[in-house]
Design a protein around this ligand. Sequence first.
Ligand code: TXE
Length: 472
Amino acid sequence: LPDQRFTMTIDGVAVPGSEELAVTDPSTGDLFVRVPDCTRDELDRAVDAARRALPGWKATSYRSRQESLGRIAAVLEKHGDEIASLIVKEQGKPFPAAQGEIRSGLRWSRGIAALELPVRVAEDTPERRVEVHRVPIGVVGAIAPWNYPIVQACWKILPAILAGNTVVLKPSPYTPVATLRLGELLRDALPPGVLNVISGSDRLGPWMTEHPGIDKISFTGSTATGRLVMRSAAATLKRLTLELGGNDAAIVLADADIEKAVEGLTWGAMRNAGQICSATKRIYVHDSIYDRFSEAFARRVASVRFDRPDAGDAEVGPVQNETQFDRVHAILADSRSEGHVFLLGEAASGFDSGYLIRPVIIDNPPDDSRIVVEEQFGPVVPLLRFSEVGEVIDRTNATQYGLGVSIWSADLDRGRELGMAIECGTVWINETQYVSPDFPFGGHKQSGMGAENGIEGLLAYTETQTLVLRRG
Ligand code: TXE
């Protein structure tokens, strides 16, 4: 495989690129493969191809664009295992999890294709008829992250293309391979220039956000980089969708089903080694059940199989890159030096293989500790005691982030009532991280701007165009 050449897709054809970028296998820390490091000239060619394809693509019927999403689904279905095996090598998740990522891409291809963009008639009188149409924005620059490279690319390219935009897609420098391959496989599914896929190092993102030929940026990444994207987009007033960091709390109320909460939150915190924007990153447990919950939670988390993705029964793999590995260890070092109690993982949190980190649970650290305040983005989570519901809502909201929160309670009405008091984009009651092509997912406060998915996400790839038709 290190000899396999992955090419960029610009104007429907292969572009091998004139410079190279090395991609690391996170399960070993060794070189996986080299891919093109897109130059400024190659970016210009991609943007130019997208601009040239725009008038033709915009003019196609919505129906035919829905059919083109069907062709994307067919490619994901036919080549799913090949793409999944590339995800394993570059991202580090075990094969079944990578297959889950492909299934999710498929579900999105079909679900987004089923959305409609009706014309709204705002006035219909003898004098006039007013129609509000939704038209494409233009060329979309899609910048995807390294935790779910294919899912995150799908969340952006599917609604963008369906709404009649053309796209320049850039995967993360850490995980470009599966996305480049998807671009190769889609060359026959879409007209040339409608979807261009480029890979590059850290210089490429800023070139895109500054590029005068790009009309909208859809970015998923950290809040810090989201601010830079917004600043850079100001020069040409680019439209923006920003899906940024989170510090999602779980609130386990006294009447919660402990067994179900333990199971749900084990995966909420540990799935994909905690590298999910909406991963559960702090767990508040009512005083009356804290000891029972923490004991059961530590036992369940300890039973999850963390290993190299090629170890047959691995459920969770390493974290994706060295910077992230160091970041998680810095947060753990802080907990150690502050004397926090480790319920799980103190002895075993060292270097195993590549960037593997074994799970850690920290017992009731202070609210202002790094493990509580920061986005850890790794398989480490604090449990925190609370006694009053009003107090835990305040502690939940005391953050710059506002992505998601889960509430665990036998009483759904109570869950709904508390949920409405929380400042975040999604509240889950008795589960977590359930997302769908049918409803929006996005952050309040500094977790982002706008939303992805659902009709709301689709509308974010459009402008309104109002037609005022004066009669008589
Ligand atoms: O992502 P960055 P990083 C969070 C998580 C993690 C942290 C850092 O907390 O610890 O981000 O991850 C491009 N204009 N999430 O450093 O820096 C750059 O080319 C345009 C949350 O890997 O946010 C690269 O593709 N683009 C998350 C990408 O941004 C720019 C998923 C790196 O993003 C740019 C992943 C600029 N000025 C990490 N500067 C989620 N929300 O799910 C850089 N880039």
